[in-house]
Design a protein around this ligand. Structure first.
Ligand code: G
Ligand code: G
Ligand code: G
Ligand code: MN
Ligand code: NA
Length: 251
């Protein structure tokens, strides 16, 4: 397809790049990490990742593109980690986890960029985690000190049955659970978020609330003791220079 051909070209011409969104301490609002989000500018226009990531997955190009994304993000985050103690979180697809060489690739990129393994988190959706449960890759990554996050938690189907068995460290609560909090919040919505936070705590998982857009939602999450948060209220995904300026001002 046109997108696949364009992506092959993009790997060569450098039009794939990363945006970064702050992940903050929910109590203070200060950035503790950044999530890397891939961007592609084709003929001067941004193609949404929702359009090109699925094509990259279907064509297998996600292997090379994902390696490029990791390389770019680790290189950038190494400086932020040195200067501000920031960690990096990167989204990973099923194709990457199924590659027996993936751990070696990640370790090579960490060695080359100087980002410590302990400062890297790989985000994997629930369904992909369950699908990849039989591969040695997740165990290898964790044995090397890289942390694993369940992304979009609550949108998969077997979450509770599998949660205790999944080799993960961080639970990212899907935006849909946060977005439902109105002002004032409804008791049943609050109970649901509280229950997810309690679930995370009971499994020794660090919770991140995604999609926090309003001051009321931020305050509620803080009151519920949610450790980390992310969303437009704290900062939109932005280019590295913008995030760099923000961190110099706030840390
Ligand atoms: O960035 P939003 O910014 O629109 O991201 C849309 C979707 O694309 C999200 O589900 C996100 O996880 C996914 N995505 C963004 N960057 C990457 C990436 O580098 N690798 C993979 N596999 N998915 C990504
Ligand atoms: O070698 P391979 O085609 O898998 O590389 C994928 C992408 O990783 C390259 O297109 C390049 O952008 C990026 N990259 C650049 N330098 C390095 C490096 O030293 N190590 C790794 N692992 N990737 C790199
Ligand atoms: O699937 P994943 O969680 O990796 O994707 C994160 C997506 O959510 C990205 O597309 C990112 O741009 C988007 N995002 C981040 N914060 C917010 C927010 O506060 N509101 C909305 N609607 N989207 C957000
Ligand atoms: Mn994510
Ligand atoms: Na998510």
């Amino acid at each position: 397809t046109r997108i696949a051909a364009g992506l092959r070209q993009a790997l060569a011409d450098g039009t794939l790049f990363m945006h970064y969104q702050p992940v903050v301490d929910a109590a203070t609002g200060r950035a503790t990490g950044v999530e890397a989000l891939m961007r592609w500018r084709r003929d001067g226009e941004l193609v949404p990742p929702g359009v090109f990531i699925p094509v990259a997955e279907q064509t297998g190009l996600i292997g090379a593109i994902g390696t490029r994304a990791l390389w770019l993000a680790c290189g950038q985050a190494a400086a932020w980690h040195r200067e501000h103690g920031i960690y990096l979180t990167v989204n990973v697809s099923t194709h990457q986890l199924r590659d027996p060489g993936f751990t070696a690739t990640v370790l090579e990129i960490l060695a080359d960029t100087g980002l410590p393994a302990a400062a890297l988190v790989l985000e994997i959706t629930e369904s992909v985690l369950i699908d990849a449960a039989d591969t040695p890759v997740l165990g290898e990554l964790r044995a090397n000190g890289i942390r694993i996050a369940i992304d979009d938690f609550g949108t998969g189907y077997s979450s509770l049955a599998y949660l205790h068995a999944l080799p993960v460290d961080i639970l990212k609560i899907d935006q849909s659970f946060i977005r439902r909090h109105q002002d004032p919040p409804r008791p049943q919505d609050v109970s649901l978020t509280r229950a997810i936070l309690e679930l995370a705590r009971s499994q020794d998982l660090l919770a991140v609330a995604e999609g926090v857009e309003t001051p009321g939602q931020a305050e509620l999450l803080r009151d519920l003791g949610c450790p980390l948060a992310q969303g437009y209220h704290f900062g939109r995904p932005a280019d590295a220079d913008t995030i760099d300026t923000l961190m110099r001002e706030h840390t």
